[in-house]
Design a protein around this ligand. Structure first.
Ligand code: FA5
Ligand code: MG
Length: 381
């Protein structure tokens, strides 16, 4: 039985299962490496850093808002295009809808690219305070803080008019204020003192919208997005006279800061030297690297075609090298007189668990070159 079929059974998703497993379905762009992650639910393992973090966030909400936030951590990651995009007002031409950014099972069904996919459904069911934790899927770049499968926690809170009226503030400022206080409190609860900053941003489903960044490994790391919910979403789902805030936490990013985990691939490691360092309820643990093998860099140059995208390249690289690919970075690009554009990418190979031999890396790079040439319609130089 194909793993996705049992998953669909459990989710009660009504789509044609034959379509899902038919590799040739033109709308299906989900590779095996992603299929194999479906259903693993790292966020439901109490000894895994993601599960430990989820429970710590639950504690914060239970303490500060007793008996108010309902928790969901088992909603099906396979959702309709409507739930993932339309219901949260993502415009028809928004890049996130493209096959380049999102994994499609068929033309109407995707692997959710954010936990916001559940907002409207839960609002319609009448919930006003909820947390939704789950695995989310995106075609994305390759580096230490990006992975095509990761975990988010959505938070949503609806206010009734008397709540902001009493404050003398307008509804939007009241909600924005309350949201920032809630998340600053969460950061304080998780990290104690930490260097952080708010950045204004845009989401189709909130206005105003913000991101929180934390200073980590000498860089600003974006850990969450949030904002005041667009009135249209409330209106469509029976909350016309209310105001609400919402957030989406990047759980890997927060766990990297909390446990000092340097690379996002480690969350998927079954190596006991990783897994044994964490235990249920233990927030104070700092990860001790068990090996520091040097990365090996290989460069690859090619003439691109119009259809070339970096996400496609990254997926080909992951398809061959899996988690041995640590980073794929554009290091040079130029266009010649004939209008042809050349890109040079540097791939860093490194195992978190062992040292790689020269033969192994050369073979990987050879296979990557072959695959890039045959699948991406580019001309190697
Ligand atoms: C969203 O996904 C919004 N749905 C969040 C939101 C919810 C905003 C509710 C407003 C209201 P964004 O694409 O920025 O936003 O992702 C949220 C977080 O997920 C990021 O801040 C980051 O911490 C994490 N994240 C994004 N992409 C990756 C990735 N490839 N690997 C690991 N973490 C990621
Ligand atoms: Mg973002």
């Amino acid at each position: 039985k194909h793993p996705i079929v049992s998953l669909l059974d459990n989710c009660g998703v009504k789509i044609n299962k034959d379509d899902v497993v038919r590799e040739s379905d033109p709308a299906n762009n989900v590779p095996d490496s992603i299929f194999s992650k479906l259903g693993l639910q790292l966020h439901r393992r109490d000894h895994h850093p993601i599960g430990i973090l989820k429970n710590a966030i639950y504690d914060y909400f239970d303490t500060n808002y007793p008996n108010s936030f309902l928790k969901f951590d088992d909603l099906c990651p396979i959702v309709s295009v409507k739930a993932n995009f339309d219901d949260v007002l993502v415009p028809a031409d928004h890049v996130s809808r493209s096959y380049n950014d999102t994994y499609y099972i068929d033309a109407q069904t995707v692997l959710r690219c954010h936990t916001s996919a559940h907002q409207a459904e839960l609002l319609r069911k009448g919930y006003t305070h909820f947390l939704v934790t789950g695995d989310v899927y995106r075609r994305d770049s390759i580096d230490s803080t990006h992975y095509p499968v990761f975990h988010q926690m959505e938070g949503f809170r609806v206010f009734s008019p008397d709540e902001w009226m009493a404050s003398g503030m307008d509804a939007t400022s009241y909600a924005a204020n309350n949201l920032k206080k809630a998340l600053e409190g969460l950061a304080q609860h998780l990290f104690g003192a930490v260097e952080m900053r708010w950045v204004d941003t845009y989401f189709p489903f909130t206005n105003p919208s913000f991101e929180l960044e934390i200073y980590f490994q000498e860089k600003w790391l974006e850990v969450l997005g949030c904002g005041v919910t667009e009135q249209e979403i409330l209106k469509r789902n029976g909350k016309m006279d209310n105001v609400a805030w919402a957030f989406g936490l990047g759980l890997e990013r927060l766990a990297m800061v909390l446990f000092e985990i340097p690379d996002i691939r480690l969350f998927w490691s079954n190596d006991l030297r990783f897994t044994s360092q964490f235990s249920e309820g233990q927030l104070g643990v700092k990860f001790k690297p068990f090996s520091k093998f040097p990365p090996c860099y290989k460069d690859m140059s090619f003439w691109i075609s119009d259809a070339f995208t970096e996400n496609n390249l990254c997926e080909v690289v992951r398809g061959i090298a899996g988690d041995l690919a640590e980073e794929v970075r554009l290091i040079d690009s130029f266009t010649n007189k004939k209008g042809m554009t050349s890109h040079c990418y540097r791939i860093a190979y490194r195992s978190m668990e062992r040292s790689l031999t020269d033969e192994e890396i050369n073979q990987l790079q050879w296979d990557v070159r072959e695959a890039v040439q045959s699948k991406l319609n580019v001309v190697l130089r």
